[in-house]
Each structure stands twice: as C-alpha cells, then as structure tokens.
Design a protein around this ligand. Structure first.
Ligand SMILES: NC(=O)c1ccc[n+]([C@@H]2O[C@H](COP(=O)([O-])OP(=O)(O)OC[C@H]3O[C@@H](n4cnc5c(N)ncnc54)[C@H](OP(=O)(O)O)[C@@H]3O)[C@@H](O)[C@H]2O)c1
Length: 373
C-alpha cells in the first residue's frame, strides 16, 4: 500500500466516524478524528451529541501517550479558538502530535485555514485535501450555510419505474419499500425543515413527522399563498407531546384572510409573509422564503411535494440536490401523476442537467441522487 493509499484508508475511517453518533447536528458540521502511528490506529473520536466534547479531544484521550509523534486525521479543519473553555489546536499541540491531515478546510471564511496555520507555527506538519470531495459531500449542508447563508435544499421524490408518483386516482400507498420509508424518515431527522405545497396538504393531509429514534420532528413549511391550510391538518400534530408547539411555518403571499391567519396562529403556526414583490405573481416568492428560513435558523430544507411546488423550486434555482427513490413497479396511464410539473423543457438543451449522480439500493427500490449543476 502506498503512503497516499494509507492516508485515504485512514481518512475513509475518519469520515465514517464523523457520520456516527447522531442524526442531526445542524448548524454544526459532522466531525470525526483518528490518530494513527503509521497504519496503526491508536485513537478515534466522534461527537455523540451536540454538547459532547470535540472528536479531536476524544481521540487524544483514547490514544494517551501514543498521541506523541502520531498523525491526526480529520475530515474537517479543527475549530479555531476556544469552545467551552477548551482550545482544540492547543490540545493537539500539547499532546505532541507530529502531523495533521485534514480532508477539507473550514468553509467558514472567518475561520478557514487559521487552525492549520496555528498548527504549522507550532512546528506541526499539515496537509489538506485527502478525500476532499467525500468530505465536502458529507458536510454539504454546513458548506452551503457557511458559503451562502441560505438553506441547503434537497428535492425528494418517490416514483415508479415509469416515472409516476401516483395512479390517476392519486393512490401512492405502498409504492415504496419499508427500507425507503425508513430512509425518508432519516432524511426528515437530518433536515431542519420539510417543505410542501398547499395542495399536497389539502389532498393527502400528511403529518410529515419523523419516526427515527432520537430524531426530532422537522419544521413543516407549507407554501400557501392564501393560507388555505386547514387548522385541523395533521401537520399540527406533534410526535412528542412535550414539545411546546407544533413546528409549522406557513408561507403566504397576498390575499390571505386575517381571520384565518389568526386561527392558524392559534393552532400553533407561524406565518411568514413572502410575496413576490418583483413580479405580478400572486404566489409565494421561494427565494425570499429561503432567505427568511435561514434567518429563522433553518439551514436545510427537504422538499417532499407536490409536482407544482417542485417545478417552481427547480425553476427558482433554490434546489441544490435531488433524491429520487425509484420503486420496481410500472403504474402506466396518461393521467398518472409525474414528479415535476410546470411547463417543463421544450427542447432537451433546456432540461436541467444533474451532476455527480450516485445510486444505491434501498430494499427493493433504487435511490438515485445528484446535484444541480
Ligand atoms: N409521491 C410523492 O413524492 C408526492 C409527495 C407529495 C405530494 N404528492 C402528490 O402531489 C399532489 C399535489 O401536488 P400539486 O402539484 O397539485 O400541488 P402542490 O405542489 O402540493 O401545491 C402547489 C400549490 O402551492 C401554492 N404555491 C404558493 N406559492 C407557489 C409558488 N411560488 N409556486 C408554485 N406553487 C405555489 C399554490 O397554491 P396557492 O396559489 O393557493 O398558494 C399551488 O397551487 C397531491 O395529490 C399528492 O398526492 C406526491
């Protein structure tokens, strides 16, 4: 095995550690740490919850004296400065670590490169960029948050092999496998908010809660220009009865009746005014909505439906990633629903290109993911 292959093997393990521990840590990034003497792992660390120690400190503690002269692998540059009274860079220097290899720098421009420079000034050799693409993908939500101050948006679709989301009668029950349903709930646990158009709420009345162990319900964001969401909709139900209020945000434009807004607030919804001031459209301005959601502390949004809102989201340029779950079933029928509505492309060069496509099985289904170019 070459030295580069050894670094990649140990960084792969570091990325696995970063993924371990807990489902949702936003706005904090996933971090893992591994200490090795040559190819021997002498300490590992990850964060078990948001209040846990930094993974570097867990790895240093696990390694003890073996940290001296070791190489520290990190998927992300260490945090700069002290946190809860502990300075991680100083801890690494104090333990006598000889070399620090990171997959990527901190995308936070105020911090980027600062910890690496401090380590170099203390005589520690540093290197950056091992499995960088994987590390960037692992922390895609954090990277978008730091670089653009907008939420990372993933458009999720469940469809049949022939690209239909439901039968002409609107039935989609049992379309996807139980492994896919678990995956959807894991996404809901990972993302801060789930977004839907109001028609999907009126027609399907989903609860949009999260059934993953230790996962908490995401914010439910309903795009609903005229506030047609019923106050008895299931989105107002809480998975955890101890939660003080159901996490519902209703994005409205012009034309919503004040009386109904009052009822929605009474039911627990928060109302966000997002009219499109730059056009004559009476509908919600999705870019503005993303701005307001980020101000509200929401760094990631999962768009679950329906076809109209998905088309509008893709057209407005807010979507970063698409996740398509494809079930091995053929629904057929001219009238059966497809995942993305709107006018669509007239010629193929107008079709939206998707890059970095990846696929993997989910039970009997196939998950296909990619990024908007
Ligand atoms: N299998 C799946 O993955 C899946 C998931 C979810 C839903 N569904 C299906 O999707 C169907 C509903 O889809 P749909 O296409 O009829 O409607 P939709 O996407 O659920 O909702 C569209 C509505 O959102 C409102 N809206 C507000 N601002 C908007 C904007 N800027 N752009 C676009 N819409 C905006 C509009 O109503 P206002 O003008 O009143 O605001 C619009 O009519 C349901 O039957 C459900 O079964 C399938």
């Amino acid at each position: 095995m070459t030295e580069q292959e050894q670094h990649e093997r140990l960084m792969q393990r570091t990325l696995e550690l970063a993924r371990t521990g807990f489902i949702k840590i936003a706005p904090d990034p996933f971090r893992g740490a591994l200490l090795a003497q040559g190819d021997q792992i002498v300490g590992e660390g990850y964060m078990a919850n948001r209040n846990d120690l930094a993974p570097e400190l867990h790895a240093l503690k696990a390694a003890g004296d073996k940290a001296r002269g070791a190489t520290l692998y990190l998927n992300l540059e260490p945090a700069f400065g002290a946190r809860n009274g502990i300075n991680i860079v100083e801890a690494i220097i104090g333990a006598g670590v000889a070399r620090v290899i990171v997959a990527m720098r901190d995308p936070n421009l105020n911090a980027s490169g600062r910890s690496l420079r401090a380590l170099e000034q203390a005589g520690i050799e540093t290197a950056c960029g091992v499995l960088e693409a994987e590390a960037l993908q692992l922390n895609e939500i954090y990277v978008k948050d730091m670089r653009t101050r907008r939420p990372f948006v993933n458009l999720l679709t469940c469809m049949s092999l022939d690209g239909k989301t439901a039968t002409p009668m609107g039935d989609s029950d049992g379309l996807i496998s139980s492994a896919s349903r678990d995956f959807v709930h894991t996404l809901r646990a990972r993302y801060d908010a789930v977004l839907m158009g109001v028609n999907a709420i009126l027609e399907e009345d989903p609860q949009l809660n999260c059934k993953v162990l230790r996962g908490c319900d995401p914010w439910r964001v309903i795009v609903d220009s005229q506030a047609r969401t019923p106050t008895l909709a299931k989105i107002f139900l809480r998975s955890d009865p101890d939660e003080p209020r159901p996490p519902v945000l209703i994005a409205i434009s012009y034309g919503a009746h004040e009386e109904h807004l009052r009822s929605l607030r009474h039911a627990g919804a928060e109302i966000l005014h997002c009219p499109d001031e730059d056009s004559s459209s009476p509908q919600v301005d999705l870019s503005r909505l993303m701005q307001l959601l980020h101000k509200r502390g929401i760094t990631s949004v999962l768009i679950e439906g329906g076809a109209t809102i998905k088309a509008a989201a893709l057209q407005s340029g807010i979507v970063d990633k698409v996740s398509f779950i494809v079930a091995p079933k053929i629904i057929g029928g001219q009238e059966a629903k497809s995942p993305v509505g709107g006018e669509g492309a007239m010629i193929i060069p107008e079709a939206l290109p998707i890059t970095q496509m990846q696929s993997r099985p989910l039970g009997s289904d196939l998950l296909i993911e990619g990024y908007l170019a």
